[in-house]
Design a protein around this ligand. Structure first.
Ligand code: CMC
Length: 436
């Protein structure tokens, strides 16, 4: 029966019991009402009007987006409609980057041109070396990266011209291209190693591995399994719709800041241990547990709320994180080359126990993308400080796709949430000598 036959209407009726008035607001795109439609609900004319209160935006859509689709209940993740499993299996990171940024998979010639553009922009201004040199010897790589990306805005002042699509595209190419170079520089600085410059004939991932790990040889060719594993990890991390850092990117971008400055903010959000800093925390946690025999005691601590099981749980995925399943398989392939990471046994035992325990099952706590990625990064030779950086490199693409969508969206204006004020009412200033 159609809506018309059944008399069903795509509207929501609201009765304000304070006044007895009835309102009818339109329902859009399935289950969405416009928050501004609530504003008409008032007790009297002087009233501001009804708002919704939603700390942490748990039930608020801040945008319409065509980039990434997640069905958290069923463990589905799609970029521009393509399932993450197919992209991880059959695509390359730069092909996925093009898809996310442009909306469609590239033709061969479009892909070749994009790869050429990204390759062409991998070098950074030599002054960036001085900037990185100025950090303390033990500076965290992510802190260095955030500063470096923000500094890039001063090298490209034209990036402020955010409404010009051609200028935007050049900055996008620059950011995608320069992130691995800056990341490798930060890593080599940390290790006290001479910097290695980009090599244009290598793939995106191979070039990155070359800049990181080449020492004392003219040519460095990474193991193809490891090169592919890194590319797959990059694909899995490329975007994840309106998460904390993407929202930060959009909020800063809404003030029309240049993309380098906006991205430095997004990276700062990603750095947090509840977001992209979690993979680092997983490794630290596994080291702390130290042995499979200590796992039950650790789980007890989690249930007593003395600990948090890092790498578990997700705001959106409530069945499983499809990225975690792919990463677990990738880990096995990597370990065949590098040898088994001894922490894997602790991770597997944590997962086994957690998936049986009611505390985790009843709260829908499953391994997320960060649970196994750190083990792969460690096997590839990365120190833990580099883990959030390894998240930031591919997520650059997602941030920029989200930023571009925001800039082109006529409905978007400067982000400015409301508050429910709960502080004190007006009161008179008291001079310090009269305060009790
Ligand atoms: N260990 C133990 N308990 C947990 C965990 C965890 N990892 N995650 C959630 N809970 C509990 C939480 O205490 C709460 O219990 P109760 O209802 O009894 O108070 C319940 O589960 C719901 O948790 P929440 O904190 O309301 O969930 P959230 O949606 O606000 O938080 C999260 C999501 C990812 C921040 C959280 O699950 C967490 O802190 N996980 C560990 C950090 C982590 O792995 N982060 C990476 C996320 S995936 C990559 C990314 O997106 O950056």
């Amino acid at each position: 029966m159609s809506d018309e036959q059944s008399g069903a209407k795509n509207t929501l009726s609201i009765r304000d019991n304070r006044t007895g008035r009835d309102y009818e607001v339109e329902i859009h795109e399935g289950d969405v009402i416009r928050a501004m439609d609530l504003r008409q609900i008032k007790v009297d004319e002087g009233d501001f009007g009804m708002m919704s209160y939603d700390p942490a935006f748990v039930n608020t859509a801040s945008t319409r987006s065509t980039v990434t689709y997640i069905d958290g209940a069923n463990g589905i993740l799609q970029y521009r409609g393509y399932p993450i499993e197919q992209l991880a299996e059959r695509s390359s990171f730069l092909e996925v980057a093009y898809l996310l940024l442009k909306g469609e998979l590239p033709t061969q010639s479009e892909l070749d041109a994009f790869v050429q553009d990204v390759t062409f922009h991998t070098y950074v201004h030599e002054n960036m070396r001085d900037l990185l040199d100025s950090f303390r010897y033990d500076a965290h790589s992510m802190g260095m990266m955030i500063s470096a990306v923000s500094a890039l805005s001063t090298f490209y002042p034209e990036a402020k011209n955010v409404h010009d699509p051609d200028t935007r595209w050049i900055q996008i190419n620059r950011l995608v291209a320069k992130m691995p170079t800056l990341a490798a520089f930060a890593y080599r600085y940390h290790r006290g190693l001479p910097l290695v410059y980009p090599e244009n004939e290598l793939s995106y991932s191979a070039n990155f591995l070359n800049m990181l790990f080449r020492i004392g040889v003219k040519e460095y060719r990474p193991n193809p399994v490891l090169e592919r594993a890194l590319d797959v990890l990059f694909i899995l991390h490329a975007d994840h719709e309106q998460n904390c850092s993407a929202t930060t990117m959009r909020v800063i971008g809404s003030a029309e800041a240049d993309p380098f400055s906006a991205m430095a903010g997004a990276m700062a959000a990603l750095y947090g241990p509840l977001h992209g800093g979690a993979n680092e925390q997983v490794l630290r946690m596994l080291h702390r547990i130290g042995d499979v025999k200590n796992v039950p005691e650790f789980i007890k601590g989690v249930k007593n709320r003395e600990e948090r099981l890092m790498g578990f749980g997700h705001r959106v995925y409530k069945s499983y994180d499809p990225r975690a399943a792919i990463i677990k398989r990738t880990a096995e392939e990597v370990f065949e080359v590098t040898g088994r990471n001894p922490l894997l046994d602790i991770a597997l035992e944590l997962e086994r126990i957690a998936l049986e325990e009611d505390f985790f099952v009843s709260r829908n706590l499953y391994p997320n993308v960060d649970f196994y990625s750190g083990l792969i990064y460690q096997a590839l030779g990365f120190p833990v400080e580099m883990f959030p950086v390894l998240f930031a490199i591919p997520r650059t693409v997602g941030w920029l796709a989200q930023w571009q969508e925001l800039i082109e969206d006529p409905e978007q204006r400067i982000a400015r949430p409301r508050q429910v004020f709960t502080g004190s009412e007006r009161r008179e200033f008291v001079p310090v000598e009269e305060r009790g």
